[in-house]
Design a protein around this ligand. Sequence first.
Ligand code: ARG
Length: 592
Amino acid sequence: MATEHDEYMGSLKAQLAKLFEVSLKVTVPNELDVEPLVAACNGKFGDYQCNNAMGLWSKIKGKGAPFRGPPAVGEAIKNNLPTSEMIESCSVAGPGFVNVVLSKNWMAKSIQKMLIEGIDTWAPLPPVKTAVVDFSSPNIAKEMHVGHLRSTIIGDTLARMLEFSKVKVLRRNHVGDWGTQFGMLIEFLFEKFPNFEDATETAIGDLQAFYKASKQRFDADPAFKERAQQAVVRLQGGEDKYRRAWAQICQISRTEFHKVYQRLGVHLEEKGESFYNPYIPGVIEALNKQGLVEESQGAQVIFIEGINIPLIVVKSDGGFNYASTDLAALWYRLNEEKAEWIIYVTDVGQQQHFDMFFKAAKRAGWLPQGDSSYPKASHVGFGLVLGEDGKRFRTRNTEVVRLVDLLDEAKVRSKAALIERGKGEEWSEEEIVSTAEAVGYGAVKYADLKNNRLTNYTFNFDQMLNDKGNTAVYLLYAHARICSIIRRSGKDLEELKNKGTLVLGHKDERDLGLHLLQFAEVVEEACTNLLPNVLCDYLYNLSEIFSKFYSNPECKVIGSDMEMSRLLLREATAVVMRKCFDLLGITPIYKI
Ligand code: ARG
């Protein structure tokens, strides 16, 4: 049975590319598999452009093709284009660029169709069914720092974009819950709490301080160190008491992490390093049988072409490390979970680790050689969060920034701003709190996502909570304003969607309509290149283009015979904005 999605022809750009593909086959029948090069141009000649003519000309000239030069190739591409409802007119410019002007009628109809059938019908269709997004991934008993916050925010957005695209996403929290440090932590726990089961979060207080104190003890007292090393062996041997102490320490950390996830509204499934531990020996054995593992200075390593240092997979003391775990986890994700795209979100500092272990996986034949085919592993790196002083972000007194405190401050500040706007009298306490959360947490997320993730950015509450400029606050308010205009019109939008007719008569209406229709290709691009800032740019531009339409007296609503149509266009803008917020993990607000 055909579902709604089967009828979906893909983004605007993809639909045009299909038409040009047909034309190219007719224009140059001897050239096989010419990929249509179609790009939005927003120039005065058209909305989109096909740029194949010049490249084709250099391929075919002198081979007896019936053209005199690139403009003639462009002319032929234009003439061979199948007729389509989408296209109003075509022209050839310069050295063979084929410009397309889209049909206003078709554009208006497509937007109205989306309003009736829902924005999900505009979801892109990526070439994978299952993906793993490995993100957040803090370490047990250590601080969850701003780097983990970035990973959480970026990873959640990528997961949301893939989920919107109907991909089954395994949201994996690859927590650091294994390793020799647990021997020391467990021994210290036994020492401090002879009845260690009593060591709840409240009893321990700050787990990081606990970590530091146990490390001090470990470094200072050889007898303690000896016991700690024994504890690792007993933990790894699966001895009950040790397993329980370990589980307890993990649980305390988890409660702390959860406070951050709960505020951000982020959902993750924990499969920590310990989960993959039993798989490591088998995986290394298999790599060994393939002849990939060599001995180097007592360690077992895999050499990677072009990189001086090898990837250590078994340390010289026989223990496993970060890379061994990652190899086992990748094996598991590919073979047990059947993931076709595995995405890792960490700071750029770990780039070399990922680069090396992806290359090792390619050598083993787990992943194809090129980067364009699947299954695929991608490292999504990001830069630092800086303080006002240009150095790594820290708070005034403490060394580290407690993420919970940071998020709470964003909420407190947005609440104060709402009170200042006089909402204290108008709204219930509950409304104030939920709006303050939406705005405060949204501001933190957006300030992070709007930059290209590879660049460092400066954390600044005043800037991110400003209601002007490219901020979540500005965008959330813009959305709330559109909603209130629609509410005040008193019209039944459901009825209007089906009975009214959307028309893109004025230039500002057409510009807005075109931008709305480009939503699908923008999500596709953000998803393919794993760049959330592409979606943020789109959202910000949407609200600017909307403003232009809204403030133009020629596009007024009340009393105009275009009232219905313009209300529908406003509604379509609100729907697309909301989907952008949703994909960015930001909760929309409806009134201000
Ligand atoms: N726990 C690591 C850290 O805090 C991040 C883990 C990322 N994921 C992975 N599969 N290596 O740096």
